[in-house]
Design a protein around this ligand. Structure first.
Ligand code: ADP
Ligand code: ZN
Ligand code: ZN
Length: 773
């Protein structure tokens, strides 16, 4: 938010006269607005630069690693005792100018303290004083007295009666390429490398004990080596793809941002690869953003094949130490040319950014929801590109309404690709009315007869099937058969999800787990039944129906580690599994060869969501999931199960009619004052006591109405009105696009300040969600 210099607290030791001091403004990882001013002692003056990390005292007895945002000279500030920085931690900046500017933009635009942006942007290893430890390995070498032909000769003789040690020493000399005259090694050899030759630790230790070899520790990198680049392996584009490629080039001449609207499997990724090659030829770097880690596995392999070790991968499932090393590499003289990463990769330093690709740009996971900063990586990446004069390509089969609107109105360039590669037809989508089938008692649990028949046929032909259910866990609810009692979370206003293989109830909002009750606490009845279907239950039922199928499940619960993702995707790609069940995770751009049938088990759960984006998200999810069907050489089939088969949206999905979908929704958005015609800001208030937050909401609403009048809606109790023991109120603000947002933010900060000054609201939390999804 607004930048204010603040006192980091009183300091007893520093008493300064009126002479001018070297001062620095420091970004600290604390949830307070603005930067903090410190003085720089003479001894450190030389080392202080913008973008280096410094150690500073804070409050009574804390120290923090902060980042220098600004240096200036002046008299000591009045009103507080200034403190000295304690230490400079970097010889050269770890942030480049563009990164600092981006942080500031995110803090302002998304109304989040700069310290929160800092926390989100840097890997932990760079935020703690000793946070990052280089990885070391044990190496071995000859001790110095054996660095001559004669002494080596004696040594080998000495080992006549210890043949194992002699063999190990000979292997060591061979491995290290030691010169037989001088004993000088050519290559550093780790102890493990020698052990891998079939020697035991005991043998090698004996050589160390004799004083022939010695061990030493040395730093080694954690980064993978992708091998050499093979730009010759890039596949030629088809004629239609080449045409799209040319149009993109042309669009780049006029527009900073261009949308590539290409149906699933049209070869968007191949076009990206050609664009990346061109950027590399111009000695420019490329940032390739993906919304989901699941996707990086496949795209990584495709990119690595051609770009080899010029490609770096960066996302949250990588260890913190690995991320620190990538960060440092990007600042070094030999950075990666291409970074493939999820949301947080927008924070990486780039020295020569030329192109940003935002794949699956419509994906909601580009927006960080919790904690702060609640930023959209697409917007942040566009800002970053603008600062570095780089071009942005947004790619998707189902553009977000905002992006498509920007393209249609000429703010962005627009390139369209309506044919799948090799002219394969888009999948056939059959709608099944499950309400009708339920009436006629023809449903088999969540499956219609048609779906089961088509899945069975696919499996019998040796093909694969995907079943999509956007709910994880076994059942979203359990309930007493007698009285209807439903277990709820103690800390949140939601019912608990049953996870059967863990045999527990879980709250999907706070993560708390509970034992599954054996009887109803309300009436004592022991018959508790499940309601609804999560992926785990679907898996169990599919297993009963198709006992011979090799089933895999992909959802949040089965993909806690990076390896788990890779295994599930690789197994399915290789055909080791043939039936994949999953949540929206499986809808995201995965490219499988032998999927002939996709089942959408229940479209209605997505449609009946009380949010202005429900239809947009539902369309995208269904269109994307359908796109997984029938990719190589054959048209696929989608079975879409719904209780509302006549809904226009369902027809639009079936006909793959994005244009009609857009026309329908955009008119509504304009009529009801929603984005992209208006800018939305949600104000959230949270407090442990519902009465307090209710009063605060009303008061803040009234305050905001004084300035913003009819642009203020609420406060309202949101659908989930308590999370983690905090009661919630939400105020919706709708602003015309022409309004000066800087001014709006000033008023909001003012209102917040006024609220928090009130003693009743001293522990009230207020935060904002700008451009909410
Ligand atoms: P999209 O990103 O639009 O979904 P992909 O780039 O993944 O499409 O292409 C779909 C499939 O077709 C992939 O398996 C890809 O390797 C193949 N493909 C697309 N274009 C070409 C091309 N020009 N040459 C060879 N294979 C291609
Ligand atoms: Zn009961
Ligand atoms: Zn909870």
């Amino acid at each position: 938010m607004m930048t204010q210099n603040q006192s980091p607290g009183r300091s007893p030791q520093h008493t300064c006269s009126n002479r001018h001091l070297l001062l620095v403004d420091i970004i600290l990882p604390v949830p307070l607005d603005g930067v903090f001013t410190y003085s720089v002692p003479m001894t450190l003056a030389e080392q202080v630069k913008i973008g280096v990390r410094v150690l500073v005292p804070f409050g009574r007895n804390k120290t923090y690693v902060g980042i220098v945002a600004k240096t200036h000279k002046g008299p000591p500030p009045t009103g507080f005792q200034i403190k000295d920085i304690l230490q400079v931690l970097d010889a050269s900046p770890i942030l480049l100018d563009a990164q600092l500017t981006l942080w500031q933009w995110i803090a302002d635009y998304y109304m989040s303290p700069l310290g929160e942006v800092y926390k989100a942007a840097l890997p932990s290893g760079l935020k703690a004083e000793d946070g990052y430890r280089p990885k070391t390995e044990t190496f071995i070498r000859l001790t110095s007295q054996f660095h001559s032909e004669q002494s080596l000769h004696i040594a080998l003789n000495m080992l006549q009666r210890a043949p194992k040690q002699q063999a190990a020493l000979i292997d060591y000399l061979a491995l290290s390429g030691a010169d037989e005259h001088t004993g000088t090694e050519m290559v550093a050899i780790t102890r493990d490398e020698l052990l891998n030759q079939g020697h035991t630790l005991q043998t090698v230790s004996a050589l160390v004990k004799r004083g022939l070899l010695e061990t030493y520790e040395q730093e080694v990198g954690r980064l993978n080596h992708g091998g050499e680049a093979h730009l010759d392996k890039i596949q030629p584009l088809s004629e239609i793809q080449q045409d799209a490629y040319n149009q993109i080039q042309f669009s780049f001449l006029k527009k900073n941002v261009t949308l590539l609207h290409g149906v699933t499997s049209s070869g968007k990724t191949e076009i990206y690869i050609h664009l990346i090659r061109q950027a590399l030829e111009r000695k420019q770097q490329v940032l390739y953003l993906l919304p989901e880690i699941a996707l990086t596995v496949q795209i990584m392999e495709r990119l690595q094949r051609v770009f080899g070790d010029r490609l770096g991968i960066y996302h949250s499932k990588y260890s913190d130490a690995e991320r620190v090393e990538i960060w440092q590499k990007q600042l070094s003289g030999h950075p990666y040319d291409v970074i493939l990463g999820a949301r947080s990769a927008v924070f990486l330093p780039f020295q020569q950014l030329g192109l940003v690709i935002i794949d699956e740009e419509h994906e909601t996971s580009y927006k960080q929801q919790d904690p702060m900063p609640r930023y959209h990586a697409r917007s942040a990446a566009i800002m970053l590109a603008q600062m570095q004069k780089a071009k942005v390509l947004l790619g998707t089969a189902t553009p977000s309404l905002e992006t498509y609107h920007n393209a249609k109105t000429g703010k962005y360039g627009l390139v369209e690709l309506f044919q799948r590669y090799k002219g394969i037809e888009l999948p056939e989508i059959l709608v099944v009315d499950i309400k009708d089938l339920q009436h006629r008692k023809m449903m088999n649990g969540p499956f219609s007869p048609l779906l089961l028949q088509k899945v069975r046929e696919a499996l019998e032909r040796g093909e694969q099937a995907i079943l999509f259910q956007n709910r994880r866990g076994y059942a979203p609810m359990i309930e007493c058969k007698q009285c209807g009692w439903v277990p709820h979370c103690q800390h949140c206003d939601v019912s608990l999800t049953l996870h059967r293989h863990l045999n527990q109830l879980t709250c999907h909002y706070c993560g708390n787990t509970y034992q599954v009750p054996t009887e109803c606490p309300n009436c004592g009845c022991t018959q508790l039944q499940t309601r609804g279907y999560g992926t785990e239950k679907i898996e169990a039922e599919v297993h009963d129906i198709f006992p011979e199928a090799r089933i895999a499940r992909m959802d949040l619960d089965t993909t806690r580690s990076r390896q788990a993702y890779e295994r599930i995707i690789n197994d399915f790609s290789a055909g080791r599994t043939n039936l994949l069940i999953g949540t929206q995770m499986i809808s995201k751009g995965l490219d499988f060869d032998k999927v002939s049938v996709v089942g959408i088990l229940n479209a209605d759960t997505m449609l009946n969501y009380p949010d202005f984006r429900a239809y947009e998200q539902a369309y995208m999810m269904m269109a994307q999931v359908s796109g997984r069907a029938g990719r190589k050489g054959k048209r696929g089939l989608v079975i879409l199960q719904t209780k509302s088969p006549t809904l226009p949206l369902i027809g639009q999905v079936v006909r793959n009619d994005y244009a009609a979908f857009y026309r329908g929704l955009i008119a509504e958005r304009q009529q009801f004052r929603y984005p992209p015609y208006y800018r939305l800001v949600y104000v959230y208030l949270k407090h442990r006591q519902d009465a307090v937050v209710a009063a605060a909401g009303t008061e803040m609403g009234a305050l905001l109405r004084q300035w913003f009048s009819g642009r203020v809606l609420g406060p309202d109790k949101p659908g989930v009105s308590k999370v983690k023991s905090l009661s919630i109120r939400k105020i919706v603000l709708k602003f015309e696009l022409t309004l000066n947002m800087a001014e709006v933010r000033r008023y909001l900060a003012l209102a917040q300040q006024q609220m928090l000054q009130d003693k009743r609201y001293s522990t009230l939390q207020i935060y904002y969600d700008v451009d909410p999804l």
